[in-house]
Design a protein. Structure first.
Length: 114
């Protein structure tokens, strides 16, 4: 994820949070640690994602943020014709840490250890 320089020049944490949230929502789901953040299912689905910004802090060289991700997963069964296990969706939640280099706009995203 790369944010434009004009956004990075902004010092207002509230406005930066809004831009980061929008960028995360548009980001390719494969670049987010959804699979690693699973707690109640075995396969993360990438069709529904809600991002909640938890914190944003502006430093001299970087912007550090934490976001909560709400998404869904499924418990994968054997997919046999007589498998009694339905493919129910399971609500999932994980938190990520984001560190954005203010000079390049490049972001590093990692699963928050909670």
């Amino acid at each position: 994820m790369i944010l434009p320089r004009e956004i990075l020049a902004n010092e207002k944490e509230e406005e930066l949070s809004r831009h980061i949230r929008k960028a995360l929502e548009k980001l390719d789901r494969n670049k987010l640690p959804l699979q690693q953040g699973l707690s109640g299912s075995s396969v993360a689905l990438d069709d529904e994602l809600q991002v909640v910004m938890l914190s944003t802090r502006v430093e001299k060289d970087a912007i550090e943020a934490r976001a909560g991700l709400f998404y869904t997963g499924v418990i994968a069964g054997c997919s046999c014709a007589d498998d009694p296990t339905p493919m129910d969706r399971v609500n999932e939640y994980c938190e990520i840490d984001i560190r954005i280099n203010r000079e390049t706009g490049e972001a590093r995203i990692s699963l928050h250890p909670n």
